[in-house]
Ligand binder design. Structure first.
Ligand code: 48F
Length: 266
């Protein structure tokens, strides 16, 4: 068979436009929106979507993975501590134990397999898309406002281009250090974002998992965003806390959805 025979230029365009529009329409209303596709957001997405819950990850970069593509100092080695290696092992990601309870692997292998696992779970990724704000109604966060990321790079005088709204029952802030969704909620609801503290691996990892929770009705934080919200230390280039925080955010989201469903039945 001769490659490309009988295919016109507009066939290719139609396949792209129809495919993307169909997906976007389907996700104008969803169960969970996860803002940010770093290790915490991706892990949360995998654990939520694999239960059959409709899950959309939104990432401003063209690529997913956030800070997971590199270890420290741009060296592409991923380090995790026990028991988080089990989360990766379940996705077929084996790591070398460099000292008891401390594991390392090539970052590209870890991220590639995590992404494959998230794709297999049924979660959808909307990339090159910037979450600009939250929907807030009836005393709950009810979704996000999105725009193309390149819009944010345009000269200020044309940044008045309105975003579009995507409704969801739960929003997870997995935006890393910026905690940008929590910051928006804090402004509207009047609570304080502390900003993360100095480096302390043990305390940082413990606190980030402990504080992963619903911080406002319908809004959960996970990963580094949690450290920023609660003012706990940074952990540097170790990722166990990110994975376990992502998993806890997933459990929290599923509990919220369950209690909402029960409330609606009554
Ligand atoms: O920063 P990031 O990897 O967050 P994380 O999952 O993990 C933190 C670690 O990478 C590292 C660390 C611990 O080892 O200190 O920093 O908590 O991923 C956050 C993602 O969110 C995207 C951003 O591009 C990145 O890929 N993001 C941030 N704000 C927005 C956003 C936004 N407003 N809209 C869309 N994406």
């Amino acid at each position: 068979m001769e490659v490309g025979k009988g295919i016109s230029e507009s066939d290719v365009s139609r396949a792209i436009i129809e495919g993307f529009t169909k997906d976007l329409m389907e996700y104008t209303r969803t169960d969970v929106v996860i803002v940010g596709s770093g290790p915490a957001g991706l892990t949360a997405a995998k654990f939520i979507a694999e239960t059959g819950v409709k899950t959309l990850i939104i990432e401003r970069n063209i690529y997913a993975g956030g800070g997971f593509w590199q270890g420290g100092y741009l060296f592409p080695k991923t380090v995790v501590e026990a028991p988080a290696q089990e989360v990766l092992l379940d996705m077929g990601i084996e790591m070398e134990e460099v000292k008891p309870d401390l594991y390392v692997a090539d970052s590209f292998k870890v991220v590639a397999k995590l992404l494959a696992s998230v794709a297999d779970s049924g979660a959808k990724l909307l990339n090159s898309t910037y979450v600009d704000d939250l929907i807030y109604k009836g005393g709950r966060i009810g979704g996000v406002l999105v725009n193309w990321f390149p819009i944010t790079q345009m000269p200020k005088f044309i940044t008045c281009m309105d975003p579009i709204a995507l409704e969801s029952k739960v929003v997870i802030d997995a935006t890393g250090h910026e905690a940008s969704m929590a910051s928006r909620a804090a402004k509207v609801l009047g609570f304080e974002i502390k900003g993360h503290g100095h480096l302390n691996v043990e305390e940082a990892e413990r606190e980030v998992v402990k504080n992963t929770k619903e911080i406002a009705p319908g809004l959960i934080t996970c990963g580094m965003a949690t450290a920023s919200v609660f003012g706990t230390p940074r952990m540097g280039p170790i990722f166990g806390g990110m994975l376990l925080s992502g998993r806890k955010a997933a459990e929290t989201a599923l509990e919220i959805l369950k209690s909402k469903a029960i409330a609606q039945e009554r």
